[in-house]
Design a protein around this ligand. Structure first.
Ligand SMILES: [Cu+2]
Length: 300
């Protein structure tokens, strides 16, 4: 069975489980006091696997602690309980060895299927190179639908209001920083990474100085950005929206101040945006060439 199949077969069950855990909201961005993992907005998500593992653990916990408390209270000395004298039961040994082995094989099967799908970036229609720096991110658009992208790349760093507010004795109120009612203190950037929905995007992730980690919970994964190693991951975002994340690897003094914002837009809108970025890059390049060219020799 493919992990997609597993995802589908357990997703109905997981949805019910999620309802039990408190709310069926399709969480995209982390919410205050959120306990559970976000469901994610990408085609691949570890959420279903996570819910299965969680409920396996809950059931085992109830059975083990239940048996322990029944033994402690019902069979206590003050009630006249007398200890059994036997010391070994081969039948019992077999039962409590085989059952955990079956559970572990089942969980390993789910996890392996999920991870192989996650690691498979083939069939991507777009590549974005992500570089982590102390303390900002750089995004370079490499290709889109089989065509190389011409010089589109930029730095993305903490937006100004958060940056001013975070300074010592700024006397500014972090709670006032919001975008569409969502608190964005230390969670907003000057230039977001713009991507299309419905397109399998390969992210090639590297570190420009030290180890960082690119993490957007709504995409369902985080990936280390290591100098000298190109890690890859993919996402195929299902719904347009703004998805926020943070650096997830302690990378120095301002580790907490290098958020990530992914803005997913419909494909047509993305293509327009990409074309305008390419045009701007071309104009800039032409201006630079004109400046660098030697002055024309005087005529006659
Ligand atoms: Cu970092």
């Amino acid at each position: 069975m493919t992990s997609g199949g597993i995802g589908r077969s357990v997703s109905t069950w997981a949805a019910g489980a999620a309802a039990l855990l408190g709310g069926t909201a399709a969480w995209a961005n982390p919410e205050p006091n959120q306990l559970n993992m976000t469901k994610g907005v990408s085609e691949w998500s570890p959420y279903a696997m996570h819910m299965v593992a969680l409920w396996v653990c809950v059931v085992i916990g109830i059975v083990v602690f239940g048996a322990m408390f029944i033994a402690m209270f019902r069979f206590r000395k003050s009630r006249g309980a007398v200890a059994e004298k036997w010391t070994h039961s081969t039948k019992l040994e077999i039962v409590w060895t085989v059952i955990p082995v079956i559970i572990l094989i089942f969980l390993a099967h789910l996890a392996t299927g999920g991870l192989t799908t996650f690691a498979d970036t083939t069939g991507s229609e777009m590549t974005v190179k992500v570089t982590g720096y102390q303390w900002k991110w750089r995004y370079d658009y490499v290709d889109y639908k089989g065509k190389g992208v011409n010089r589109v790349g930029f730095m993305s760093k903490l937006e100004e209001t958060s940056d001013r507010t975070r300074q010592l004795r700024s006397n500014l109120d972090p709670e006032k920083i919001k975008v569409d009612g969502y608190p964005t203190y230390l969670l907003d950037v000057d230039k977001p990474l713009v991507v299309p929905v419905g397109v399998k995007i390969r992210f090639v992730i590297v570190g420009g100085d030290v180890i960082h980690s690119w993490w957007v919970p709504a995409l369902g994964w985080k990936m280390d950005a290591i100098p000298g190693i190109a890690n890859a991951a993919w996402a195929k975002i299902k719904e347009p929206g703004v998805y926020r994340g943070q650096c997830a690897e302690l990378c120095g003094q301002d580790h907490g101040f290098m958020p990530i914002v992914v803005k997913a837009v419909p494909q047509a809108e993305f293509e327009q945006w990409l074309a305008s970025q390419e045009d701007a890059a071309n104009v800039e390049k032409a201006a630079q060439t004109a400046q660098a060219a030697p002055a024309p020799a005087p005529q006659g």
